[in-house]
Design a protein around this ligand. Sequence first.
Ligand code: FAD
Ligand code: FAD
Ligand code: FAD
Length: 325
Amino acid sequence: MKLSKANLDQKLDHTYDAIIVGGGAGGLSTAIYLARYRLSCLVIEKGLGRSFWMQHLTNYLGLSPDTPGRDLLKQGQEHALDLGVDFLNGFVEHAEDKDDIFSVRVKVGKKDSIYPTFKSKYIVAASGLIDNLPQLEDMQNVYDYAGYNLHVCMICDGYEMADKKCGLFVSREGAINTAFVLNWFTPYISVFTNGEFEVGDQMRTKLAEHGYPLYESPIAKFLGENNEMDGVELVDGTKVELETGLVAMGSHYYNDYLKDIDLERNGENIITDEMCRSSHPRIFALGDLKQGLNQVSIAVADGTLAATGIWRDIRRSSPPRLWSE
Ligand code: FAD
Ligand code: FAD
Ligand code: FAD
């Protein structure tokens, strides 16, 4: 059932088997499996996540390579709702574990917000991350191209960049090393620092040896039309012609709501076992938030594993069903 401000009250006394934070690829997959295991779950989705900005899902078996992430979300939501999953648009702010029950506080509505608390036995952390983009005065200029031919994921879109003139956009020196992996796909790489940091001598030499130009002046704007970026104009007036780009500026992880829960992590990634169980036995983490490859295929498979792990726990601790029941 679709929940909203108008009807969510009726679910506040219910203890869900699982609350799934994030209704992207991994969260929706988890919900579909949990519902088919006849467990109750609530998906809470803030909107505008990574799979929403994915203009083309280029490498998922069974789907045409021009499938937008939005199609996956729409179809997945409908599938989950048909199976009886509860779905709420809202932002999960905080989770607390007391007496083996989680209290999950949600902000509902960006305006005139309300802050209900839902209860569950398990949490599935499927909230992912969002890629940092170059911060220009006119962000619309960045959004015109980000996710189109200004890519954020080499595994997803290296193939699209093959043998093209590619801008690599970085915000710290270490990220320049991306160039020496990207060159598997294309050697025509120009590196842009947007004037954000100083490049050391060793890295300058390495770039020069590869013949990759380095542009250190801040970016004035991306050039192009119809979501096709074809170059960059720097504030010093330089124009650099490009055919594609890769942003490698790190990410913001959506894990604030877990900050009061002690979890084993590697940096911001949550470490899990092979069933996606974190170091907390009733918190599963999957997809981009957990350590591993950031791909839709992985997030979807993780959802299968997490739901199956939860089902096993609950099934094994339930009494057997008798014919006479
Ligand atoms: P997401 O799909 O990001 O889902 C997490 C959800 O959680 C989001 O919808 C977000 O809104 C929500 N959320 C976050 N915090 C909260 C909160 N506090 N409360 C409620 N909800 C919250 N992968 C591929 O396999 N192939 C591709 O071709 C491909 N192309 C891509 C192109 C672009 C432009 C981008 C950005 C990504 C691409 N990816 C691709 C990567 C893919 O999108 C991710 O790996 C995948 O979506 C991860 O699934 P997930 O469920 O972990 O995270
Ligand atoms: P969030 O972190 O999602 O939310 C900020 C705060 O708003 C939260 O802390 C919470 O308090 C509140 N909140 C959020 N959702 C809810 C909810 N459902 N209910 C109640 N409160 C809520 N952005 C664009 O605007 N246009 C684009 O074209 C665009 N293209 C992009 C392309 C790519 C490839 C990428 C990676 C990102 C793109 N972005 C775009 C994303 C942009 O960078 C933001 O990350 C995204 O829009 C989420 O913004 P937000 O301010 O809602 O942040
Ligand atoms: P397969 O898809 O079986 O691929 C292995 C291939 O290798 C086969 O095509 C076989 O012909 C070929 N092969 C074997 N030996 C050789 C050889 N020596 N030389 C050349 N080729 C060889 N899974 C779900 O997720 N959801 C479902 O709803 C679902 N329903 C199912 C319903 C049925 C009736 C069946 C039979 C299975 C179902 N499954 C379902 C399970 C799913 O089909 C498998 O988990 C999945 O196909 C495994 O993928 P695979 O690539 O490992 O194996």
